[in-house]
Design a protein around this ligand. Sequence first.
Ligand SMILES: Cc1ncc(COP(=O)(O)O)c(C=O)c1O
Length: 425
Amino acid sequence: MDDKTVSKLIAAEEKRQREGLELIPSENYVSREILKAMGSVFTNKYSEGYPGKRYYGGQVNTDVVEQLAIDRAKALFKADHANVQPHSGAPANEAVYHAWLEPGDTIMGMELSHGGHLTHGRPGTISAKLFNFVRYGIKDIETGEIDYDLMREIALKTKPKVILAGFSSYPRELDYGKFASIGNEVGAVLMADIAHIAGLIAGGVLANPLDFGFQVMTTTTHKTLRGPRGAMILSKGKVGNPLQGVDKTVENLPTLIDRTVFPGLQGGPHMHIIAAKAVAFHEASQPEFKVYCKQVLKNAKALSDALMKKGFKLITNGTDNHMMVADIQSSFGFDGSIAEKTLDRIGLTLNKNVIPDDPLPPYKPSGVRLGTPAITTRGLGVEHMAQVAEWMNKALRARNDETELGKIAKQVKAFASSFPLPSDS
Ligand SMILES: Cc1ncc(COP(=O)(O)O)c(C=O)c1O
């Protein structure tokens, strides 16, 4: 039976994706193989537990596919352990907090308006209700440099049990060595949330926090890593039996994490997504993926240069990774939500975003955030970035001119439609 209503919506969404340019830096396009795994009969199976240690029968294939995903993830990130069951990035972070901390304990994370994610202690979230968050942030908005001296001072005073390196809207590399030296001085577990940059780390173009003494990394699998919507937790330490309790030591983090994910936080793993994660990790280990990651960075640099030439004020004046944050309010005199809507109208999708210490509220913030992972997957190169910047600039300056916006929208549609979706072949 065909559910015509949903089929039509799927077709409409595919058309939208095909005819527009996706600039949201946390989005990407998966391959046909990944789509196939996500749409597979693995979705029918209950597999509570871990490979070889399940609470249901019939695990002859699920055990193999989950172990494959685990082994591939470990190899990709040089981790001792991988838990590939978290349904998404937010519960992955929650699982690590609960594996190591008690309510009331202190976590040091990035100032939210400087780039930190909601799960890094935004007031109102479950973790902010349970744990005490203290902050580090950038010292210089022109370069984006983190204030490591102040960070150390605050860490010495507040004694966080976890120091969390990671961001959703920060366009520069972190100095993981400095995080590690502060963390070691105060005896904190070093955790990196690499949700945004996991693909770029796997592809070898950005540093891997595990090489600098970090003990835990969480990541989504659907951003630069270009896999299915989901997450995983990677850790260093001794891999134990998740059915048995262990002492709370750094060495036992893998087991503490496994026991917190299941049965602590989740029930049955989504085996169709785990199968798709296994495919994605294989794809990310291929030489073509390294080429892709290099291109993501080249395109981001070219796009940020082209935008600055057009008069966009970029936070930190550029980017070292796949994303940039533009201060629309000071560049154009209106807020980021107006920019988001105007660019939606011409088929360029990005998101409104706060800028550091934004004077405007989060729903109508000063900035927008954009990036190159998805357009690079579509096949755009450095030579196309000036055109993207030109469309953005023209549309924002003509935001009340329907005729001009309509003209640009047609150009974007014709251009975007000439680049296939990876799931086409
Ligand atoms: C750094 C970071 N951590 C965690 C998450 C949460 O991931 P999810 O939306 O899959 O829960 C995000 C999502 O954007 C993120 O950017």
